[in-house]
Design a protein around this ligand. Structure first.
Ligand code: PNS
Length: 161
């Protein structure tokens, strides 16, 4: 079975990686797909985000990395996927996630959304928190893959000088 794990991934964190690795053990094919939304300001370009995800997930033969624009349901149809995976960290995520799952289902009845509960060690982690910490010179080594840590350092060090 093919599943899509969509997101902004600006940038990917160890919390996302944990969900992707768990997905790859349960499903035949996992497509990690980065939303390409030109109206949303992001720290990293889509190409940078895709490249960092690919490099963070080398060696898995059932994980693919891609990007999409437009509606997620149209992308799912194009990929012949009927399952979306999302992570839930806390109750505060639930309302938004339920709304998304319901709107997606109302537009594409055959589509289901599966939720993976984030591992407790990552329940506080988000791309926004990582950017906030890194932008103030904090250490994000344990929160993101090495390649992301390096990319963040390069982005923010450039801003300092
Ligand atoms: O990592 P994020 O920002 O929480 O991911 C949100 C994402 C990309 C899954 C969501 O915004 C999305 O699917 N966008 C595509 C547009 C769409 O289909 N919108 C309808 C559902 S709200």
């Amino acid at each position: 079975m093919t599943v899509i794990y969509p997101g902004s991934f600006d940038p990917i964190t160890n919390g996302h990686i944990d969900i992707i690795e768990r997905c790859s053990k349960k499903f035949n094919r996992v497509i990690v797909s980065v939303l390409n939304n030109s109206s949303k300001e992001t720290l990293f370009t889509v190409e940078e985000r895709v490249d960092m995800i690919e490099k963070s997930l080398e060696g898995y033969d059932n994980i693919e990395v891609d990007s999409f624009s437009g509606l997620l349901i149209d992308y799912a149809k194009e990929k012949e996927a009927k399952l979306i995976v999302r992570g839930l960290r806390a109750v505060s995520d639930f309302e938004y996630e339920m709304q998304m799952a319901l709107i997606n289902k109302s537009l594409y009845q055959d589509l289901e959304t599966f939720f993976f509960i984030a591992s407790s060690k990552y329940s506080f982690l988000s791309s926004s928190v990582v950017k906030e910490v890194s932008s103030h010179g904090g250490d994000v080594k344990d929160l993101v893959p090495d390649i992301v840590e390096k990319a963040l350092n390069e982005k923010f060090i450039k801003d300092f000088y």
